[in-house]
Structure formats: structure tokens, C-alpha cells
Design a protein around this ligand. Structure first.
Ligand code: NAG
Ligand code: NAG
Ligand code: NAG
Ligand code: NAG
Ligand code: NAG
Ligand code: NAG
Length: 497
């Protein structure tokens, strides 16, 4: 027994040694779509000493079991076995080249069940068997779809989380990945099912709590399949009861003012069918005329017109009201153009005065610092006087123009000519909508930084340079800047810091 095993080892070693030059060349992986045709390469590299090929066998390897596919024998010819007969053939006409060095097969009309490893085995003399393997992947393109759950959604105060759209990537292989891209605030789920034939169906529902704000908003599904992106979009149609506001009362309806009116504005889907006006605790003044959604007060204003006016707007979804409290004064209030939210003014004015005082102190400090800074620069500046430098950060960078902040990525820098504020690329897809929602609300963190514009013109006279603090490159200098005694200009916004 021991002798037998020993002999085997020697034989094996011999085989490996003597067979160093002989090998079967194949691709390691190959792929094709269902229905396509692929070539599975198999070439015997026959070096010295010449060997005799007695047979070549192609086998399919599934789950560790081998199934013969095709056999080529120099003496007996070729044989393609039963389930593969119509779809598999040898690429070379082996009757013309019976050496069998190239036994590449052509596999046509691929099926999902062909996804397996294939072995090409050479039986030779005296070298023995040589084989190699190719893994064949069969792909199935998924059928993708995006559909609204229903053509219209009704938003009510009592609305709960509902699925508004479903994105499906059906029967794909390999598996697709679904992502959503939308400004709609919502949630999504994923469900994967594997079919018997090895394909996978991926399904994702998008859920929201319907609200009127979602009307006409877009929802995009992105299916990533292999290296492709298949996108599809839907637009929500949300129905909601009227959201009513009344326009026209400016808080300055005085006796004998002419031609005043109230207008009932309703944001509604579907549109409002009926507007109704009421005067709380009273009847409508005689001189009013109702036209569509407006209430025209004919002739001069009288005390009789004071009261709480209510507009009720109705559409198919429901009815809501808006109201306005109209009071009549004897004389016009001054200034006559002031609009309603007067109570906010005193507070604001106080703030401004406080800010001005604080701002002045700050300003003096800044001017001193600035002076010191410029003096310092003047002494050591040796650069090109025709260049314009933007110093990012607090502006008090070290002499020589080294920015106080680490250099910003290129796309976050302001360029000389562009006022566009650069935002980092938005993240889309999975979980991305939270961030986008914030974007939508305009709460994105401002990337704006204050900076100095030190225009180093021909002159070395620093007093003539323009020095500006700017929070917003788009701000109008004329409105927002305040001239300083030293000729510089400073942003008003700075005063409120
Ligand atoms: C492969 O093996 C798994 C379990 O090990 C079995 O479920 C499956 O049907 C097998 N496939 C084939 C083609 O025999
Ligand atoms: C080919 O498939 C077999 C299993 O069928 C696996 O063990 C092997 O790693 C695969 N080879 C390549 C190159 O993918
Ligand atoms: C795979 O199976 C699914 C579900 O049975 C079927 O709808 C699909 O057409 C099949 N795909 C192929 C390529 O046969
Ligand atoms: C209307 O009249 C009711 C009682 O009739 C009273 O409670 C309510 O405060 C009045 N509303 C206004 C706006 O005057
Ligand atoms: C008011 O309604 C009439 C019909 O009742 C219509 O012809 C007119 O265009 C409407 N005007 C406005 C401003 O909606
Ligand atoms: C008149 O109405 C306005 C706004 O509704 C309110 O701010 C103001 O105090 C009222 N004036 C009087 C005298 O009631």
C-alpha cells in the first residue's frame, strides 16, 4: 500500500515536471446576456516534447457535479450532448484540423441556467490530463418601472404616512440597486426577492405624509444596474382644501378713503369653486359689491365698514376660511405707505440704534487694527503691485499674504469675476433627501466668508485703497456699505455682529 502511494507521488511529481510546458488556455471569466452568444475559449499549448491529444471533453460544473457538454475525439469525431445540442458548437471545423489544439466552443442563445463554470479537459499521452475552467455569468436585464400609487393624493390634517410611488427593478441579474432623488420629505423601504431562475426583483416604496406643499413635486427613482443608471420620474398631484388669506387691508383705512377692496386668495387644488364673504357679528355694508373672490367697497370709507371679514373658500376637498379685522381711523396714519406689521417696528428700531452704538465702537477698533495692519504690510510688501489679493478668513492674515485659513478647495473659492456662490455637490440618493430637504428650506450652511479685497494698484498710498468686508458677494455695495473717514468702506452687516 505504502509503495503504491509512493509511486503515485512520484508519478504526480513527474507529471507536473514534464508537463510544465503544456497547458490549457482559457479565459477565467466570461459573461453574456440572456439570448446572446459567447465564445468559450480553450486552447492547448503544446510545447516540446510533443504530446498526443487523445480526447477533449467540455464539462459544465454546477454545485460540484459535472455534466458532459461536448466531446471531441480525433478518431471518432465530435459529439455535443443532449440539452446543448442546438446551442453549442465547436468554433473550428475539427474535421479539417483534427489536431484539436483549439477546441473553443460557441455558446448561443444563452439561458440563465447556463450560468456555471465550464471545464475544458485535455486527455493526452504521455503527459496525462490537463484542464482549465471558465466561469460563465449570464446576465438578465431588469425591467424597471416607477409608478404613482394613485394619480392624485389627498392631503388632510389627519393624513398619515402613505406610499406615493413604487420603483421596481424586476428580474435582473446581477441585482440592481434602487436610489431615490427628490426634495420630498419622506421615507423609503427596500424589498428583494430572488426568483427561481436566479434573477432578483428589487422593489422600493416611497412614503410621505401628504401635504399641500408636495403638490407638483418631483420624485426620481434611479436604478443602478451593473454600470448603468436608469432614471425615471413622477410628479405628485396632491389635492388639498383651500389655504385662505385675505389681502387688501393695509391698516390704514381712514374716513373718506376711496376704492378700497378685500381680496380672498386661496391656494387650492382643485381650484376653489365657491367664495363666500361674511362680516362677523354684523351684516355686510350696503355699498359693497362681491365679484368673484373680491369685495369692492364703493365710494368713500365709512365707520360702518369696520369689523371682522371672513372669506370662506370651498373646493372638492373641503372648505376653509380666512379673516381680517378691519378698523377705520378718522385720519390717515403717517407714514401712509406703512403696511400692517407695525408692532414689529419699535423693536427693530431699538435694535438698530443699539447696533449702531455697538457697531461704532467695533468700527473704531477695526480702523485701528486696519491701520496697524496696513502699516505693517507697507513696510514688508515686496510683491507685484498690480495684483489683487483676496485674503480669506478674518482678514488679519500674516504679512506676505499667507491665508489665515487653510486653502479652500477650488470650487469653494470666489473668483474675481463670478458672484456665484459655490455650493458643494449635492448628495443624492439613499438617505440623501434629508440633506436636500434642508437645502430646499434654504438652511444650508453658508459657505460665505468675510474677506478683504486689497486692491494693490499703482499707488503705494494705502489710504486710497478699497477695503471691504463682505459677507455676501452679491450684496450691493452702494446699499450695504458705509464710508469711513479714512476712505475705506465697511459693510453695514458688520455692525450687527
Ligand atoms: C445546487 O445546490 C443547492 C443546495 O446545495 C440546491 O438548492 C440547488 O437546487 C442545486 N442546483 C442545481 C442546479 O442542482
Ligand atoms: C469560478 O466559480 C467557482 C465556483 O463555481 C469559484 O470557486 C471560483 O472562484 C470562480 N472563479 C473566478 C475566477 O471567478
Ligand atoms: C426569471 O423568472 C421570473 C419570475 O418567474 C420571470 O418573470 C423572468 O422572465 C425569468 N427570466 C428569464 C430571463 O427567464
Ligand atoms: C360676536 O358676538 C359674540 C356673541 O354674540 C361674541 O362672543 C363675540 O366676541 C363677537 N365677536 C366679535 C369679533 O365681535
Ligand atoms: C370673475 O368671474 C367672471 C364670471 O363670473 C369671469 O368672467 C371673470 O373673468 C372673473 N374675473 C376674475 C378676475 O377672476
Ligand atoms: C387696527 O388694526 C390693526 C391691524 O389689524 C391693529 O394693529 C390696530 O391696533 C388696530 N387699531 C385699532 C385702533 O383698533
Amino acid at each position: 500500500m505504502a509503495v503504491y502511494v509512493g509511486a503515485w507521488i512520484v508519478l504526480l511529481a513527474l507529471c507536473v515536471h514534464s508537463g510544465a510546458g503544456q497547458m490549457v488556455q482559457m479565459d477565467s471569466v466570461k459573461s453574456g446576456f440572456v439570448g446572446a452568444t459567447v465564445e468559450l475559449k480553450c486552447i492547448f499549448v503544446n510545447s516540446n516534447p510533443p504530446v498526443k491529444i487523445s480526447q477533449v471533453t467540455w464539462q459544465k460544473l454546477t454545485n460540484g457535479t459535472k455534466q458532459n457538454l461536448a466531446i471531441a475525439n480525433p478518431a471518432l469525431g465530435i459529439s455535443v450532448l443532449a440539452p446543448f445540442k442546438e446551442r453549442v458548437s465547436f468554433k473550428q471545423d475539427l474535421k479539417k484540423t483534427p489536431s484539436l489544439e483549439d477546441t473553443t466552443i460557441v455558446f448561443s442563445n444563452l439561458r440563465l441556467s447556463d450560468d456555471a463554470a465550464y471545464i475544458c479537459e485535455y486527455t493526452t499521452f504521455p503527459a496525462g490530463n490537463r484542464e482549465n475552467m471558465v466561469n460563465l455569468s449570464v446576465f438578465a436585464r431588469p425591467r424597471t418601472s416607477l409608478a404613482l400609487t394613485s394619480s392624485t393624493i389627498v392631503a388632510r390634517a389627519s393624513s398619515r404616512k402613505t406610499t406615493v410611488a413604487t420603483c421596481i427593478s424586476a428580474n435582473g441579474k446581477p441585482t440592481s440597486v434602487i436610489k431615490w432623488d427628490t426634495l420630498l420629505k419622506g421615507e423609503f423601504d427596500f424589498k428583494e426577492t430572488t426568483n427561481a431562475n436566479g434573477t432578483v426583483t428589487v422593489r422600493s416604496n416611497y412614503m410621505v405624509i401628504p401635504s399641500s406643499k408636495m403638490h407638483k413635486m418631483k420624485l426620481t427613482c434611479i436604478v443602478r444596474y451593473r454600470n448603468e443608471h436608469i432614471t425615471d420620474s413622477v410628479v405628485l398631484n396632491v389635492q388639498y382644501e383651500p389655504e385662505v388669506t385675505i389681502e387688501g387691508f393695509d391698516g390704514n383705512w381712514y374716513l373718506n378713503r376711496q376704492d378700497v377692496k378685500l381680496t380672498c386668495n386661496a391656494n387650492a387644488n382643485p381650484p376653489v369653486t365657491v367664495y363666500q364673504w361674511k362680516l362677523l357679528n354684523g351684516s355686510m355694508p350696503t355699498n359693497v359689491e362681491v365679484k368673484n373672490n373680491s369685495l369692492f367697497f364703493k365710494g368713500p370709507v365709512t365707520y360702518e365698514q369696520a369689523g371682522a371679514y371672513v372669506c370662506e373658500a370651498t373646493n372638492n376637498i373641503g372648505r376653509r376660511t380666512g379673516s381680517v379685522e378691519v378698523n377705520i381711523t378718522e385720519f390717515p396714519s403717517i407714514p401712509t405707505t406703512r403696511s400692517t406689521n407695525i408692532e414689529a417696528e419699535p423693536h427693530k428700531t431699538g435694535l438698530v440704534i443699539g447696533s449702531v452704538a455697538g457697531g461704532l465702537a467695533l468700527l473704531v477698533l477695526l480702523a485701528v487694527l486696519l491701520f496697524v495692519y496696513l502699516r505693517h504690510r507697507q513696510r514688508i510688501f515686496k510683491g507685484d503691485y498690480n495684483t489683487k489679493k483676496h485674503v480669506f478668513g478674518n482678514g488679519y492674515s500674516k504679512a506676505g499674504g499667507v491665508p489665515a485659513h487653510p486653502p479652500l478647495p477650488k470650487n469653494l473659492q470666489y473668483t474675481e469675476d463670478s458672484d456665484d456662490e459655490k455650493k458643494p455637490a449635492q448628495v443624492i440618493g439613499q438617505g440623501g433627501f434629508e440633506g436636500r430637504e434642508r437645502d430646499f428650506d434654504g438652511e444650508t450652511e453658508d459657505l460665505k466668508r468675510p474677506y478683504f479685497t486689497v486692491d494693490e494698484g499703482e499707488s503705494r498710498d494705502y489710504d486710497e485703497r478699497t477695503l471691504a468686508f463682505q459677507y455676501d458677494a452679491e450684496a450691493e455695495i452702494a446699499d450695504d456699505m458705509i464710508s469711513q473717514t479714512d476712505g475705506s468702506v465697511i459693510s453695514k452687516k458688520e455692525w450687527y455682529v
